[in-house]
Design a protein around this ligand. Structure first.
Ligand code: NAD
Length: 261
């Protein structure tokens, strides 16, 4: 199906970026939120973006991407509304980081037209799009999702519906191992970051990355992955709740807090 109008659910960290790149790609976009505060943010390509509080405005979307709060109950409630309103033949996608895509797909009347479209933060900058196929996702739906990735200029990679997909499955244990290495005294926060930048040619070290993703977000993803796989590599190290990241960004240069999780 040719896409001309995209619906985005949620205008938070991810949803606003997905809205912006879809409008920049030339599509009309309806973005639905719970209250108008988040919708007033504004974008350069605003002309193509229709902010709304009303599900009914999504009716004629060809593609609907959800980026609402990472809570299965809330997502299922939302799909119940959206499934009953959006035209037949439209494709549905979830941007979930850690929930099983099939649970959302199976709650709709069109599990064949449902896939994961996992963007990375910030969606305007990060080149990857993971397209997640469940056991019910049709080839036609995959084709639509890959077409969208191409139009958005993303590197689009196919992944199966296994918790963490590709990137988080590999990245989360790496970040957790960095914390364990620090706790075991292998190196300080800035030494470990410097080592991984210079030794593995990573653009940022694991602690900078942890701060970037957010420690609470990383912990909740790790907990879900641990529940699924029951392996130590996904177990979040005991947390020292400091309310701070690994670096303090208040000055000109980030300074390690040495407190972390
Ligand atoms: N933060 C990341 O780095 C990241 C990366 C990739 C994927 N994700 C996924 O994207 C999704 C959103 O994450 P986020 O970080 O943008 O969260 P966020 O909390 O910044 O945004 C979620 C937004 O959804 C809104 N919302 C809740 N219920 C709604 C509904 N029924 N209709 C419309 N809006 C609703 C909330 O008001 C909130 O503004 C999650 O599934 C998350 O796993 C997050």
């Amino acid at each position: 199906m040719e896409i001309s109008k995209v619906g985005v659910l949620g205008c938070g960290l991810m949803g606003h970026g997905i809205t912006q790149i879809c409008a920049q790609a030339g599509w009309d976009v309806v973005v639905r939120e719970l209250d108008s505060e988040k919708l007033d943010g504004g974008d350069a390509v605003r002309g193509r973006i229709q902010p709304t509080l009303d599900y009914a405005d999504l009716t004629d979307c060809d593609l609907v991407i959800e980026a609402i709060t990472e809570d299965l109950g809330l997502k299922l409630e939302m799909w119940k509304e959206v499934d009953g309103i959006v035209k037949e033949g439209a494709t549905f996608a979830t941007n979930t980081s850690s929930l099983a895509v099939i649970d959302q797909a199976a709650s709709t009347s069109r599990p064949d037209r449902f896939c994961g479209m996992h963007f990375f933060n910030p969606a305007q900058v990060m080149p990857l799009l993971e397209v997640v196929q469940t056991v019910t996702t049709s080839d036609e739906t995959l084709e639509v999702a890959f077409g969208v990735g191409k139009r958005l200029g993303k590197t689009t990679v196919h992944a199966k519906d296994k918790t963490g997909f590709i990137v988080n499955r590999l990245l989360v244990p790496y970040m957790l191992d960095a914390i364990r290495a620090y706790e075991e005294g292998v190196g300080t926060v800035d030494q470990i970051d410097a080592a991984m930048k210079a030794g593995a040619n990573h653009p940022m070290g694991p602690f900078t990355l942890l701060d970037f993703v957010g420690l609470d977000t990383t912990k909740s993803i790790a907990d879900i992955m641990f529940d699924e796989y029951r392996e130590r590599r996904f177990a979040a190290p005991p947390t020292r709740k400091s309310g701070k990241g690994f670096y303090d960004y208040s000055g000109e240069e980030p300074v390690p807090t040495e407190l972390g999780l």
